[in-house]
Write a protein that binds this ligand. Structure first.
Ligand code: C5P
Length: 231
């Protein structure tokens, strides 16, 4: 894949390889970015990623496997994927700590950018309290984003509700990769907090992760074009 940096990464979340490849063929020339996550990787493995790259050699790839382990192990995983696929983005959990994020960053091939997941958007204040976190969610997210920045990460994956705070905290160059995007706020699927692409970009998102609004449209390529033209 090419080390490009397009605005939209389309989430290809399916365990059906033929469907994934068909989607990538139609969408990648429009969005320029493709995101492969745990469902795809655990269904089709590195060979599946090879096939996606073969289908769309010009597209930028975001490998979204959210690693969280000791620094040496995470570095090994990042090094292997980074050398083999040259993704534009790859990610880890910020809660793995500064040393882990630094090791991950050092293991990235030149041009491969590290992102950190701060707090999963599925966790609310109550869930955080249950696992022993005392501070509020937004303070915690900002603290973790700063730690990711200190480790040399290019940016974070964050919810649309954190865009403004993190843009102010981490500066204009920091990548804010934002999922939970819906062309109409009414169509949310299982996402609890959604935002339109225009609003997310206005608030300071640098990149959008968009899955179902594109992949489940009657014509995914047209849906992707409409989204790109909306901001
Ligand atoms: O289909 P949809 O647009 O909701 O897809 C969003 C994508 O972003 C999915 O691949 C999902 O796993 C991912 N994601 C998310 N929320 C996060 C991190 C990643 O929705 N906090």
């Amino acid at each position: 894949m090419m080390l490009l940096d397009p605005r939209i990464f389309c989430a290809i979340d399916t365990d059906d390889l033929d469907r994934a490849l068909q989607l990538v063929r139609g969408i990648a020339p429009v969005t320029g970015g493709v995101k492969l996550g745990m469902e795809f990787f655990n269904s089709h493995g590195p060979q599946g990623v090879d096939k996606v790259i073969h289908e769309a050699p010009e597209a930028a790839l975001f490998i979204d496997l959210k690693f969280h382990d000791i620094p040496n192990t995470v570095a090994g995983a990042i090094r292997t994927l980074s050398k083999r696929f040259r993704p534009t983005y790859i990610n880890v959990h910020a809660s793995g700590g500064l040393d882990m994020m630094k090791a991950a960053k050092d293991a990235c091939d030149p041009g491969v950018k590290l992102l950190a997941v701060t707090m999963l958007t599925s966790l609310d204040e109550r869930c955080l309290h249950d696992i022993g976190y005392q501070e509020g969610l937004s303070d915690r997210v900002a603290q973790m984003a700063l730690l990711a920045q200190e480790a040399g990460a290019a940016g974070v994956v964050c919810s649309s509700h954190e865009i403004q705070t993190l843009r102010a905290t981490c500066g204009p160059e920091f990548v804010l990769m934002v999922p939970g995007i819906r062309p109409l706020e009414a169509e949310r699927n299982d996402q609890k907090r959604v935002m339109t692409p225009q609003r997310a970009i206005e608030l300071g998102a640098s990149h959008l992760v968009i899955g179902r609004p594109i992949t489940q449209a009657d014509n995914p390529a047209e849906a992707a074009k409409a989204l790109l033209n909306s901001f």
